[in-house]
Design a protein around this ligand. Structure first.
Ligand code: B4P
Length: 187
C-alpha cells in the first residue's frame, strides 16, 4: 500500500505513522524526521532545513522533493510506503504524482487526521517539555498552524477530487485513533 498521511502539526501524524507502518509492514518515511536527523548530524541538508524549521516555515520544495525522490527509490519500498508529512504544498503533490507516474505505481490513500487547534497546541507544548524540540515553542507552533492552514489544508481538495482522501478524527487516545485509521485502510 502507498499512503500519504496529512494533518496539522500535533494531530498525531508521526505517532500514528509508526503504528500503521508497522501494522502494514511498510516503511515509514517522515520528511520531518529525516530533516531532524540531518540537523543532528550537522549535514549540509540539515543546515539548510534548520533555518526554516526553527521559524515554523516549510523547507523549500526543491530540497524536500529531491530528498523524497531518493528515499522512495530505495529497495525497501517495493511493497509500498507511508509518507508522513509529505506532500505539504501543491508543488509537492505535483512532484509526487510525477514520481509515481514515472515509476508506474499508484497512490492508494491520502489519510487526513483532524484535531482541534487548542488540543494540538497543548499536545505540542507537552512534547516541548519532554523532547525540547526547537520548533515546539508556542509562537512557532502557532506559525506552523498558520502555514499548514494556508499551504497544506487546501491539498485535501486535490486528493478528494482524485477519490483518494479519507478523513479520520484525531481526537481521543492514540490507540483509538490508530484503530480508526486501520479500519479505513483495511476496509
Ligand atoms: P514534522 O516532523 O512532520 O512535525 P509535526 O507536523 O509537528 O508532526 P509530528 O508528526 O512530529 O507530531 P505528531 O502530530 O505525531 O515536521 C516538522 C517540520 O519539518 C515542519 O514544520 C517543516 O519545517 C519541516 N517539513 C517536514 N516535512 C516538510 C515538507 N514536506 N515540506 C516542507 N517542510 C517540511 O505528535 C505531536 C505530539 O502529540 C506528540 O508529542 C505526541 O505524543 C502527541 N500525540 C499524538 N497523538 C496524540 C493523542 N491521540 N493524544 C494525546 N497526545 C497525542
Amino acid at each position: 500500500m502507498r499512503i500519504v498521511l496529512m494533518g496539522p502539526p500535533g494531530a498525531g501524524k508521526g505517532t500514528q505513522a509508526t503504528v500503521i507502518a508497522e501494522a502494514l509492514a511498510i516503511p515509514h518515511i517522515s520528511t520531518g524526521a529525516i530533516f531532524r536527523a540531518n540537523v543532528g548530524e550537522g549535514t549540509e541538508l540539515g543546515r539548510k532545513a534548520k533555518e526554516f524549521m526553527d521559524r515554523g516555515e516549510y523547507v523549500p520544495d526543491e530540497v524536500v522533493n529531491d530528498m523524497v525522490a531518493d528515499r522512495i527509490a530505495q529497495p525497501d519500498t517495493g511493497n509500498g510506503f507511508l509518507l508522513d508529512g509529505y506532500p505539504r504544498t501543491e508543488a509537492q503533490v505535483a512532484e509526487l504524482n510525477r514520481m509515481l507516474a514515472e515509476a508506474g505505481i499508484p497512490l492508494d490513500r491520502a489519510v487526513e487526521i483532524t484535531a482541534d487547534t487548542e488540543e494540538v497546541v497543548q499536545r505540542l507544548l507537552k512534547r516541548a517539555e519532554i523532547e525540547g524540540r526547537a520548533d515546539d515553542t508556542e509562537d512557532v507552533i502557532r506559525r506552523r498552524l498558520e502555514v499548514y492552514a494556508a499551504e497544506t489544508e487546501p491539498l485535501s481538495r486535490l486528493y478528494s477530487e482524485q477519490g483518494l482522501l479519507v478523513r479520520v478524527d484525531g481526537m481521543g487516545s492514540v490507540s483509538e485513533v490508530s484503530e480508526r485509521i486501520l479500519a479505513v485502510l483495511r476496509g
